[in-house]
Design a binder for this molecule. Sequence first.
Ligand code: SF4
Length: 133
Amino acid sequence: MEKVSTICPYCGCGCGLYLHVENGLITGVSPSAHHPVNHGSLCVKGWNCHEFVQHPDRLKYPLVRKDGILQKSSWEDALDLIASRLSGTKEKYGPDAIGILSSAKCTNEENFVMMKFARAVIGTNNIDHCARL
Ligand code: SF4
């Protein structure tokens, strides 16, 4: 078993941990005893933060609802649809009809880009983050 040093993705604390990797699969997690944030501790989310990586329910491609059924789509088609729906909603109801939720699983830089997208592209201050939910 190999231990890979990384950071918990679930919140902005950024606790240090090791992923346990066996035969190319993540099998568990243990805290980093010397990490300056968590000093060998993890909360319940950190102890289980590896479970989504290989979960069979994890989405690996976009799904678009057609005729009431979610169907596999290409990223290009899904992004075109999202752009079209956001533009249509903004045009019809104004920018404040749109809200953006970002994620602690994103990097600070990705969250910054999301904030810029909301304010500069969409034109709304309706931007929030899952860490506050
Ligand atoms: S272990 Fe808990 S407190 Fe630490 S980063 Fe993960 S979710 Fe946040």
